[in-house]
Ligand binder design. Structure first.
Ligand SMILES: Cc1ncc(COP(=O)(O)O)c(C=O)c1O
Length: 404
């Protein structure tokens, strides 16, 4: 009755140009998907019922916003996809996958074909490497691993068969920050597609598409969900690459479960607050660790001695709560006992939840072999009071004998 709709996406109101915090609150909240609630319901579906065959025909080909078949989404998953797209200025589309690993695979399979060469960062997440060395190799794709610090020098690795460059910044376990503008410029000059695993920074701390990346991959399992209770991945694409991504996703049967998408969407609304606290707590604990005689180095993008720190300063809006330390000598057995003796840190895979974790880290490298003074531990610093975490670490370090 003339009353203005309170639904952010009604009446053509757009949130694209709003500030980041506002976009996080408003993105994806279309009236037709939320039905008057603040959040969309969990729409679970396989079959969608149509009144007539003509209606079923009209739903083809599948499009976001038109119910077709469960695998092609429901309002719950469309809302999350639209929200993730809104967080990446310049992006055209987001697609969901059942995990972050599936998202990495789905993105790579969308852009590669037999006979292609892929340039893969040497610090890639382990299962991404395994995908290259196993499945992609079996299907005729050759992977060339490159030094994360290669920068513009990547042009020397680009040959006739090179199709794509995969970045992960900062690197898994060792946190080197890549010179992404230089790598993207070299890739663009040769018509290559660029992909990034942007899980550490999220689009809040590094909007990858605006920086020239074609496909930005997130393990939503981590910070987007934020509560260690879901498995989900996403790929956000430019308009040029979106059709290939969607076509490959569809024929490979990839989809995101509505329950997990709902949790991820709820997590997304508080991402800004959580990331800032993870950053603050992480830095406090990392600085304490750096001062300990048992610690040779802290591998953290915000520390000046981190390789690529200058690129982090230039390109990133913040640091999240994941980093590693290098112990000053000692063997793996002593390192593992140190981790075992922590009380407030969980021992387990993944990260990005509200809780702190510690994990023995053993980097796998083939293109570059950095020398470390001792074994590595990767920490995820959660939302606890950092002084409690530091007390826990102090007690563990007091009992740390190094080797033996
Ligand atoms: C950087 C990075 N990318 C991708 C993944 C894979 O995500 P998921 O566990 O959801 O498969 C992980 C998981 O630890 C990760 O650390």
């Amino acid at each position: 009755m003339g009353r203005r709709s309170r639904h952010p996406q009604a009446e053509g109101r757009r949130v694209k140009d709003k500030r980041q915090e506002t976009r996080l609150v408003e993105a994806g909240r279309r009236a037709e998907w939320t039905q008057g609630l603040v959040n969309p319901a969990v729409w679970r579906a396989s079959t969608i019922l149509f009144d007539k065959v003509a209606d079923l025909d009209a739903a083809n080909p599948p499009k976001d916003g038109i119910l077709h078949y469960g695998r092609n989404g429901t309002p719950t998953t469309w809302a999350l996809c639209e929200a993730l797209t809104e967080m990446e200025p310049g992006a055209a589309m987001t697609r969901l996958y059942p995990s972050g690993a599936a998202a990495c695979a789905g993105a790579l399979l969308a852009v590669l074909a037999a006979g292609d060469e892929l340039l893969m960062v040497d610090t890639a997440y382990g299962p991404t490497r395994a995908l290259c060395d196993g499945v992609l190799k079996r299907f005729g794709v050759t992977t060339i691993y490159y030094d994360p610090m290669i920068g513009a020098g990547i042009h020397a690795l680009i040959g006739e068969k090179t199709r794509a460059v995969f970045l992960e910044s900062p690197g898994t376990h060792t946190f080197e920050v890549q010179d992404m503008p230089a790598i993207c410029a070299a890739a663009k000059a040769r018509g290559l597609i660029t992909l990034i695993d942007n899980t550490w920074a999220t689009p809040l701390f590094f909007p990858a598409i605006a920086a020239g990346i074609d496909l930005s991959i997130l393990a939503c399992t981590k910070y987007i969900g934020g509560h260690a209770d879901l498995m989900l991945g996403s790929v956000t694409a430019t308009a040029a690459v979106a059709p290939r991504l969607e076509q490959t996703r569809r024929v490979m049967g990839q989809t995101g479960a509505p329950d997990d998408a709902w949790l991820a969407l709820r997590g997304l609304r508080t991402l800004d607050l959580r990331l800032k606290r993870h950053q603050e707590n992480g830095l406090k604990v990392a600085h304490w660790l750096k001062a300990q005689p048992q610690v040779a180095r802290v591998l953290h993008p915000a520390f000046p001695d981190c390789p690529g720190h200058e690129y982090w300063v230039r390109d990133y809006k913040g640091a999240t709560g994941l980093f590693s330390i290098v112990l000053a000598g000692g063997d793996e057995g002593a390192r593992d006992r140190l981790v075992d003796s922590l009380q407030l840190f969980g021992i387990g895979y993944s990260w990005g939840g509200y809780e702190s974790l510690a994990l023995p880290a053993d980097p796998v490298r083939t293109a570059t072999r950095p020398a470390f003074e001792g074994p590595l531990i990767r920490f995820h610093i959660g939302l606890e009071n950092p002084d409690d975490l530091i007390e826990d670490l102090a007690a563990a370090f007091a009992g740390y004998g190094g080797s033996g």
